[in-house]
Design a protein around this ligand. Structure first.
Ligand code: AOF
Ligand code: ZN
Length: 350
């Protein structure tokens, strides 16, 4: 639902800008990506703000403090914010109160806050006679925080399962080697997607066969400053010299084979978006339990003719029982010899 009639063009431009700020400066983790632009009554921009991750000021408070630092008059101003201002004291104080205290007269909101702990800011503001317009570019705002929104409404992290495959559906050769199925361009693309998640998840089997580092690296193979939590699931001990136990990022070994238990433990740590990268057994367990919310597949122009599937036996013996996925994106990654096809799919209910 959009309210184009009840907003000015300056406000709609400000919402586009706030969404861009949230997208560029937001980080994966417990909190959503949020941007805020403060407008004078004539539509001029007074200040901008954004949220930089859990424990730091919310976007509204960031914009208010920058306005104060610039000596701008905020009384009577309009706050344009991508997410409904919060109404609670979490790691920081309630933004609805901060906007009221600053004398903001009007608030234009993108997405309503889906987090039951923090929602209610729009009502609080209206009760204090602030004009509130909701649902402006709400679809874009919700898309920006898609995984976070899923996690706070479903009580578990959103799960993206990524795998690479040959043309004949093999994700490892007969000897178990699997590292170089996708092209370097596809692997760089994978690092970009890893960087949008706060957990990298694999099984103990993957650690033993592939010994992956599981960090997020840039095009020059350098680690990014903020790394997702590396999580290894399974009852087996990890080899003492496994690269995942090195100092490059934090690692958690969950000694369970149950996806539900693992997701509960990760939700308790406020994880919002899990990147599941492996092993056919672990993938099958997540698929079978209905815990895969998105699938990203890189198809390489290779044939193996034998080897391991991306996913272990799901107990399906006849075609009418096949699991159906919806293709939401299909495209090419890389050029020339590095060309791979990338598919993004979702289960019908997501
Ligand atoms: C943010 N940034 O700019 C806004 C948020 O624990 P706290 O105090 O950081 O509160 C987090 C909640 O506040 C979050 O789940 C969301 O519902 C709400 N709004 N959060 O991290 C922001 N405006
Ligand atoms: Zn807030």
């Amino acid at each position: 639902m959009t309210h184009t009639a009840s907003t000015t063009s300056a406000e709609r431009d400000a919402m586009e800008r706030a969404l861009l700020l949230a997208r560029v400066h937001g980080v994966p983790g417990p909190n959503p990506r949020v941007g805020c632009v403060l407008l004078a009554p004539d539509g001029a921009v007074l200040a901008e703000g954004y949220h930089r991750g859990a424990g730091t000021p919310h976007a509204e408070v960031d914009a208010l403090s920058r306005a104060a630092a610039a000596g701008a008059e905020v009384r009577g101003a309009t706050a344009v914010v991508t997410l409904e201002p919060c109404n609670h004291t979490g790691r920081t104080g309630p933004c609805a109160q901060a906007l009221l205290a600053a004398g903001v007269a009007r608030v234009v909101v993108g997405q309503a806050d889906p987090n039951p702990l923090a929602a209610g800011g729009a009502t609080t503001l209206r009760e204090a006679d602030v004009e509130v317009v909701e649902g402006v570019l709400a679809g874009e705002a919700a898309q920006l925080n898609r995984a976070w929104t899923f996690a706070v409404t479903h009580g578990r992290p959103f799960v993206t399962w990524k795998f690479a495959t040959t043309l004949d559906g093999r994700s490892a050769a007969a000897d178990g080697t699997s590292r170089w199925i996708s092209s370097p361009a596809a692997r760089r693309d994978t690092h970009r997607l890893r960087g949008e998640c706060d957990v990298m998840l694999v099984g103990t089997g993957t650690i033993v066969t592939d010994d992956p580092l599981l960090t997020v690296r840039d095009a020059d193979d350098q680690p990014l400053p903020v790394q997702p939590l590396r999580v290894v699931m399974g009852e087996r001990d990890l080899p003492g010299d496994a690269r995942v136990l090195g100092p490059d990022a934090e690692t958690l070994h969950l000694r369970t084979r149950s996806p539900r238990e693992a997701l509960e433990a990760l939700h308790a740590r406020e994880a919002r978006h899990v990147f599941l990268e492996g092993g056919p057994t672990l993938a099958a367990a997540f698929v079978a339990d209905g815990f895969v919310d998105e699938v990203v597949v890189y198809v390489a122009p290779l044939l193996l003719g034998a080897g391991r599937n991306a996913v272990a036996d799901l107990g399906i013996t006849t075609i009418t029982d096949a699991l159906h996925l919806r293709v939401v994106d299909a495209g090419v990654v890389g050029e020339g010899d590095e060309t791979n096809v990338r598919l993004v799919l979702r289960p019908p209910t997501r």
